[in-house]
Write a protein that binds this ligand. Structure first.
Ligand code: ATP
Length: 514
């Protein structure tokens, strides 16, 4: 546990030191769970957004984009159920005065049992060596089976109490499990209460005529209310999708996990409108397609897993998360939700406008069902960044800090380094800089010894360095250094663009999703 915490602290400080993420309004001591993206962070974020957009919109003839406003008519949130049901159960510790999400306390307790299973598996794997069959062990080992049963029982009870809004039972569960305040160990809890996560604000100048508004807590509703606008003007035929990226706001109860849980964040959502009755097959399709997108980045298959929901949200008939192994354990990165016709039907009811699709093949109108994929851009950023940050022991015994961001997402693709600051080398390096900058984000760095500059670029996540030396002046070749392998090759200046482009090209990476 301590190791995980140390790693997470390193992630946070590295993100700041290299211009990825700063606390918001830091000179005023920051604002809780709000962050700013620095010069490197903004590029990484942009690249993740583009990687998603290309995969979802550009690669699908039947998926189009949208950019709806953050402010929406307040009835939207009545219709969607957010005014009445977008709540989290909160609990306070009377001694420490700290506030927690009651469901998260229980889930963290379950995660501890799961860690015990992992320990048993690791122990057995060591004992049995090559003959170890993990699946069989998990299915037959009495201790593992007991832990599994315990976990299932807890999650089932939590799910059903939340479903029934039986908050007294959620508190009883916390007490029965002996869950203590993770920071102080106190078990002196208040009752569990519901807390609405939407931020309210006002539209209009005078106090009397001002209208109560909400900052949107998800981007999806902007898609639903525009469903017919897009369908009609784009002459879309079912099945078709609408994709959107944009800010969302939630007054999260607990926000102590850096950019994992923020109060202002960005979502990348896609609503896929389908014929009723086909939702199961599209649910399976998008679950698989979205996992493939993640895997295409090469961050390790073992770092992802599905988690099927026990407790379904008020709008869903099936839901699963793609979880990622963050420095603090497996947590939700993306959600895939089968939302039925809940949203469109509700907006029809509240607006009095028909939101139906005329199916020319069936020669009738119906309210489409919706399959949603929803991923947090900031959470994806944290997944990429935390996985990328590594400390490596080198052959000569020294260590290097390297940020192995997949080259396709790296903020800066290449750094140009003149070996020395004289003899015409900076001028030659500038020429290469001026040529490559048309195609990619390039850094120029001439300060310090070249070895130190390499280390700086490694830690900043730049996948390639180009070193211009005296030989460059003689034969128009440079050294191309690769961040991950530290391999160096001599290449002609005229080949640089092709060599680098190939490795940072979205097509090369996205083709792995097929
Ligand atoms: P959680 O259970 O972690 O609160 P959720 O199930 O409420 O998340 P959704 O409403 O399904 O999340 O939102 C879709 C995605 O948006 C999530 O998978 C996550 O990546 C992202 N997301 C949600 N809330 C936040 C937040 N407060 N900060 C950053 N990203 C978020």
């Amino acid at each position: 546990m301590a190791k995980q915490e140390d790693q997470f602290k390193k992630v946070i400080s590295h993100a700041k030191e290299y211009g990825y993420i700063f606390p918001s309004s830091e000179i005023y001591d920051g604002l809780s769970a709000v962050y700013d993206y620095g010069q490197k962070g903004v590029e990484l974020k942009k690249n993740i957004r583009e990687y998603w957009w290309k995969a979802m919109v550009q690669m699908h003839e039947n998926i189009v984009g949208l950019d709806a406003a953050i402010f929406m008519h307040p009835t939207t949130w009545k219709a969607s159920g957010h005014v009445d049901a977008f709540n989290d159960p909160l609990i306070d510790n009377k001694d420490s005065k700290k506030r927690y999400r009651a469901d998260v306390l229980v889930e963290d307790h379950v995660a501890k049992i799961e860690a015990k299973i992992e320990k048993e598996v690791n122990k057995a794997a060591k004992r049995f060596g090559d003959a170890f069959d993990k699946e069989q062990f998990m299915a037959t080992n009495p201790r593992v089976l007991r832990y599994r049963e315990e976990m299932d029982a807890i999650l089932k009870r939590l799910g059903s109490s939340l479903e029934k809004e039986d908050l007294a039972d959620v508190k009883a569960l916390i007490e029965e499990l002996g869950i203590a305040d993770p920071e102080t160990g106190s078990k002196n809890w208040t009752d569990v209460k519901q807390f609405n996560l939407m931020f309210g604000t006002k539209l209009g100048a005078s106090a009397d005529s001002a209208m109560d508004l909400y900052l949107r807590p998800e981007t999806a509703q902007g898609i639903f209310v525009n469903f017919l606008n897009v369908q009609k003007t784009g002459r879309m035929k079912i099945p078709f999708g609408i994709a959107q990226t944009g800010k969302a706001f939630r007054n999260e109860i607990v926000a102590r996990q850096f950019i994992f849980r923020m109060r202002e964040f960005e979502q990348m959502e896609m609503q896929y409108f389908i014929k009723p009755g086909t939702q199961k097959e599209w649910y399976e399709y998008w679950k698989e397609a979205r996992l493939k997108w993640h895997l295409s980045l090469g961050m390790g298959e073992d770092n992802y897993r599905y988690h099927d929901h026990e407790k379904l949200a008020h709008y869903a008939d099936a839901a699963a998360d793609i979880e990622f192994k963050f420095p603090f354990g497996f947590k939700e990165l993306e959600g895939i939700h089968s939302r039925t016709d809940f949203d469109l039907a509700k907006h029809e009811e509240f607006s009095g406008k028909k939101l139906q699709y005329f199916d020319p093949e069936e020669n009738k109108s119906y309210t489409p069902y919706v399959l949603e994929t929803s991923i947090g851009l900031d959470r994806m950023f944290l997944a990429v960044f935390s996985k990328a940050l590594q400390e490596e022991e080198l052959e000569n015994g020294s260590t290097r800090t390297v940020l192995r961001i997949p080259a396709v997402l790296a903020p800066t693709k290449v750094a140009i380094l003149p070996l020395v600051k004289k003899d015409g080398l900076p001028e030659e390096a500038r020429k290469i800089f001026d040529e490559l900058k048309w195609d990619m984000q390039v850094d120029y760095d001439e300060k310090d010894a070249v070895g130190r500059r390499y280390r700086r670029q490694d830690a900043a996540g730049t996948p390639f360095c180009i070193t211009v030396d005296h030989e460059t002046l003689e034969n128009d070749t440079v050294t191309l250094r690769h961040r991950d392998s530290m391999e160096q090759q001599r290449v002609a200046i005229k080949d640089l663009k092709d060599l680098i482009s190939k490795e940072v090209d979205m097509r090369y990476w996205l083709e792995k999703c097929k």
